[in-house]
Design a protein around this ligand. Sequence first.
Ligand SMILES: [Zn+2]
Length: 106
Amino acid sequence: MSARQLLARRRRLAGGLSDPERTLRGVLLAEGRRCSSEGCRCRRGELHGPYSYLAVYTDGRSRTVYVPQALAPVCEAHVELTHHNDELLLEISQINLELLRRRALE
Ligand SMILES: [Zn+2]
């Protein structure tokens, strides 16, 4: 690909980015939980749920954040949009790296 073609591809990729204010990095999980009641069926392996959690990785550690059922669809949309934008940004970065190698970065 010529530098001119790379620049055109970069512009197309950048045009595909959307809604940065809805960025939410993480992975949605569905997990069963045990409660605090001693005689409950969950003590025999019949867990409550599944409930939705968002696994997030910040400051070098991962943790999970509970996602209320009513917010699961909007949370999922944010996570998918973020994943889509991240893939575009990764490819834009690769194009810029190639342009740098060719002394054609602008
Ligand atoms: Zn229980």
